[in-house]
Write a protein that binds this ligand. Sequence first.
Ligand code: ZN
Length: 233
Amino acid sequence: MELSAMLEYQKLDKEMMALENELMQSPIAREYATSKHALAVAQDQVIKQNRDAGDMVKQMEGLIAEYDALEKELKEAESAVPDVADVNGADFFIRNVQKLISQLKNLASEIGKMSAKIVELNQNHAATMAAGKEAKKKFTQCKEPYDVEKEKYRPAAAALQQKIAAAEKNCSEDFLNVYKRLRKMKKFPVIVPLANGRSCGGCYMELAWDTLVTLDSKPFIECPSCGRILYKD
Ligand SMILES: [Zn+2]
């Protein structure tokens, strides 16, 4: 595979990126992207809130069941009043009833906290739904003018895409894999010339002597530091 074919591929890819950027920089595309993002955020929040609500309802049911059981226990304890003469029994009776009452109080406080949380979640949910509705409205409004704007770029993008497809045929699969992986990681340009005769032109890491020697016998190597494809200018 020729280095020139790889560089040609990168040049076309760069042109495509510039075209995409141009479209994305337009006010309508920005608005479209913003409303799309806001809509996705609201949708995620609704899913999370629904899950939280389910968890809270379950916890609340558990607390109420615990409260009911304890209340029953207290009633039973209170109904079994010991003989006045039974000092130990009376002491136990009082302590037991007090303990149950205190447990009930704690549970009541937990139930109160949980119901406050549920009220708060409901309020947040309503706010999220309102924000989501607004985002959806904006998104729908933007969609059409955005599509019109995008359409303007279509002929140029299609022509470029054709050239890219043709250039891809001149490149090896290995190269394309490396290229696309680095591109995704925003390491662009992917193919860079050696800088100052000894550093990577992408990450500027100084190369080891043996790596430099390899570059004398090969048209290109992978930078050991950033993975970019390095060649000698
Ligand atoms: Zn590098």
